[in-house]
Design a protein around this ligand. Structure first.
Ligand SMILES: [Zn+2]
Length: 62
């Protein structure tokens, strides 16, 4: 659920440098504003790249 707080404030993604709503960031208690520094889109791309790089390892792991 997106709160009013998440819809009202924006911050810059440290990766793509785009200004995005707080709702675009995953929460992280240790991070600034209680959010991670990279937006969800960058995190998704990173995860996809990571998967691509490691899919052999991952598929073998069972
Ligand atoms: Zn980003």
């Amino acid at each position: 659920m997106i709160s009013e707080w998440e819809m009202s404030y924006q911050k810059q993604c440290s990766k793509c440098k785009k200004i995005k709503f707080f709702s675009e960031f995953t929460k992280n208690k240790k991070g600034k504003f209680g959010l991670v520094s990279n937006c969800n889109e960058c995190r998704k791309q990173y995860a996809a790249k990571y998967y691509e790089k490691n899919k052999e390892k991952i598929s073998k792991k069972k």
